[in-house]
Design a protein around this ligand. Structure first.
Ligand SMILES: Nc1nc2c(ncn2[C@@H]2O[C@H](COP(=O)(O)OP(=O)(O)OP(=O)(O)O)[C@@H](O)[C@H]2O)c(=O)[nH]1
Ligand SMILES: Nc1ccn([C@H]2C[C@H](O)[C@@H](COP(=O)(O)OP(=O)(O)O)O2)c(=O)n1
Length: 226
């Protein structure tokens, strides 16, 4: 069986991790695990981790490392037979070290997007909570404003996307992300991308993964996910 491929995408809120992850999943057949979506599923399901995480997210704070690690690592064990792309985890050095003890990563993609671009994007982000589908009134608007294209259900904006919560998240992101980025740079697996447009970053991400993911593995995974 071809060696499985493990990747992480890092970036501040609104940097396009989810947007690029969806393109990676459909182009290369990797399973996309968004820590934010997984947290929101747990919050909606009122699991023990979800109830605890909610108290932090509502304040625009990060969920404690032990809660995130205890939530994410078992989920990765369930995905052990798949190649995957992890989005939004690890977020801190402690989470990165816990992940590194559980598995070896092949590539870490880090998105470096200007602050004003992030604020503008999240101001216009609308989400369909049940599916996690993401829209943007400027970048990829729904056919009908405020309505999910597929289900017809209402779109919402995340509380923590609101400017007052966002500033706290962006400031905090910078503090905690640096040691994680330094760790993966030291491991020689970090690939940094800077731009204000996802459509300009995507071709570089795509060619990086085309070079890194063995063709037979990508073909096999595309076959299983389509
Ligand atoms: N204008 C514009 N909007 C974009 C671009 N790329 C993504 N977006 C939108 O910006 C918002 C943030 O993109 P996401 O992919 O959700 O970013 P993220 O890094 O996953 O965000 P978090 O889940 O908050 O960490 C969404 O509404 C996207 O549709 C872009 O190149 N230009
Ligand atoms: N490793 C993680 C991932 C998400 N969180 C919390 C904090 C985030 O604002 C919310 C939502 O995650 P999501 O990835 O959707 O949000 P941002 O990347 O921060 O924009 O979950 C966390 O505390 N630790």
């Amino acid at each position: 069986m071809a060696k499985l491929f493990r990747a992480v995408i890092l970036g501040p809120p609104g940097s396009g991790k989810g947007t690029i992850s969806e393109r990676v999943a459909s182009s290369f057949g990797l399973q996309h695990l968004s820590s934010g979506d997984f947290l929101r599923e747990n919050i909606a399901a009122k699991t023990e981790a979800g109830v605890l995480a909610k108290t932090y997210i509502e304040k625009g704070a990060l969920v404690p490392d032990h809660v995130m690690t205890r939530l994410m690592l078992p989920r990765l064990v369930e995905m052990t037979r798949h190649s995957w792309l992890l989005d939004g985890f690890p977020r801190t050095l402690a989470q990165a070290e816990a992940l590194n003890s559980a598995c070896e990563l092949d590539v870490v993609i880090s998105l470096n997007i200007p602050l004003e671009t992030l604020k503008d994007r999240l101001r216009h982000r609308w989400i369909h909570p049940a599916s996690g589908r993401v829209y943007n009134m400027r970048f990829n608007p729904p056919r009908v404003q405020g309505v999910d294209d597929i289900s017809g259900e209402p779109l919402i904006q995340h509380e923590d996307d609101k400017p007052e919560a966002l500033v706290a998240r962006l400031r905090h992101y910078k503090d905690v992300a640096k040691p994680v980025i330094d760790l993966y740079r030291a491991k020689g697996i970090l690939h940094m991308f800077s731009d204000t447009e996802t459509d300009r970053i995507w071709p570089y991400v795509s060619s990086l993964l085309s070079a890194k993911i063995p063709t037979d593995l990508a073909d096999a995974q595309r076959a299983t996910t389509h």
